[in-house]
Design a protein around this ligand. Structure first.
Ligand SMILES: Nc1ncnc2c1ncn2[C@@H]1O[C@H](COP(=O)(O)OP(=O)(O)OP(=O)(O)O)[C@@H](O)[C@H]1O
Length: 381
């Protein structure tokens, strides 16, 4: 199995409850344990910002910067991989420059054009307790989850999504302003059709590949097989027709739908309305009707299958952030999770209030205790 990149050193400055912290990290499993509020999730959040987007809490940067600091924060990671070392830095400047502008990214000290540059070096995927309600919850959360899975395989997906959203916001503004400027509408709708169909095609491809990967894995494993399907007009169309035809149809539908959308005050059709439908295959039941533990096992199974897929496709198994992962998983499933992570050969950060839940990993993982702004080796591990 090829060597995977891993974060070997992580430095946080004025990030959440950390004034200044540097930790050396091992490849493979890393367990952060500590009391409630000690700062375990904050560490995962820091790592989640090593990929484009707002991180696993989707928090405004003003909340991320340490209270009592200068309003800025900085993260720095050293990555060790098959091609040597790379240094990734990101953050926002404090003082007058602080605000909601984009965060800066540096690769080996040189400013990167966008946060997408980090995807060349690492992919990061996470599961948090907030995602326990993913299946019964709003479609927007499932779309976001899906898009993060797509991004790990297809680094162009983030920019596409941003371009689509920007165009759609422009169209919505025209609608609510009561504009009848046909030229403006046409230009924006053309952009929405191009980017919207590209988004739908990338999602459809991911779901096709992921479903095939799930089928390849043993049906009797500890994490139940999921049947995954996309619901969305564009996603269904791109599976059956050339993208240019779907683009043209979507563009025409947007033009025809202007009056209806004007009445609604927003764009009603498009990939921003799609959904990821998941069923528990062994129980032949929609995921949202399963027990909390069954839903968690289903979600873990999807993320592990996706990690395997990403590794096979890009040679880059994602770094996994598994917050409070031991909750809801029985001892058998925990042990199975740990051995799959080892088999995947990826760096996986796991948190829990009690290191004992990870005791079967003793000798095979790095155990760190988090204690209100400091991190050190866990005693007895
Ligand atoms: N901007 C900030 N500045 C300083 N401290 C912050 C900031 N944002 C959050 N905190 C502190 O960080 C702590 C929460 O950390 P975190 O969520 O990582 O805890 P945790 O160890 O994961 O806890 P739990 O086990 O309860 O989930 C809280 O004490 C909170 O007050």
């Amino acid at each position: 199995m090829p060597e995977q990149s891993h974060i070997s050193k992580l430095t946080l400055t004025n990030f959440r409850n950390y004034a200044s912290l540097t930790i050396d990290l091992s490849p493979g499993a890393v367990v952060f344990s500590g009391d409630n509020g000690a700062g375990k999730t904050n560490l995962l959040e820091a790592i989640s910002l090593l990929t484009p987007g707002r991180g696993l809490r989707r928090a405004p940067y003003a909340d991320v910067a340490r209270e009592g600091g200068d309003g800025g924060f900085a993260l720095h990671a050293r990555l060790d991989g098959p091609d040597g070392q790379v240094e990734i830095g990101t953050g926002i400047t404090g003082g007058e420059a602080a605000g909601e502008g984009g965060r800066k990214v540096r690769i080996n000290g040189a400013p990167a054009r966008s946060a997408d540059a980090m995807l060349e070096w690492l992919r990061v995927v996470w599961l948090t307790p907030a995602m326990d309600g993913l299946f019964p919850g709003p479609a927007a959360d499932r779309r976001r989850f899906l898009d993060r899975l797509v991004l790990a395989i297809d680094p162009g997906h983030g920019q596409r999504a941003l371009d689509y959203e920007k165009a759609m916001r422009g169209r919505n503004r025209l609608l609510t302003d009561g504009s009848r400027d046909g030229g403006w509408f046409e230009a924006i709708e053309m952009q929405m059709a191009e980017t919207g169909v590209a988004i739908a095609a990338a999602r459809a491809e991911l779901v096709r590949l992921l479903a095939a990967m799930i089928d390849r894995l043993p049906s009797s494993g500890p994490f139940p097989q999921a049947d995954i399907r996309l619901s969305g007009d564009l996603e269904e169309q791109v599976a059956n027709a050339p993208a240019v035809d779907v683009e043209e149809r979507y563009r025409a539908a947007l033009a025809e739908g202007r009056e209806r959308d004007r009445a609604a005050g927003r764009t009603l059709d498009g990939p921003h309305r799609s959904d990821l439908l998941v069923r528990h295959r062994p129980k032949a039941m929609p995921a949202e009707l399963c027990s909390t533990g069954e839903q968690k096992a289903l979600l873990v199974g999807i993320v592990l299958s996706h990690a395997r897929l990403t590794g096979e496709m890009s040679g880059m198994t994602p770094i996994l952030l598994l917050d409070e992962i031991a909750a809801h998983l029985d001892a058998g499933r925990r042990a199975a999770l740990f051995s799959i992570l080892e088999e995947l050969n990826c760096q996986a950060f796991m948190t829990g209030t009690d290191a004992a839940l990870f005791s079967s990993l003793r000798g095979r993982a790095q155990f760190l205790t988090v204690d209100h702004g400091t991190v050190g080796p866990t005693e007895g591990t």
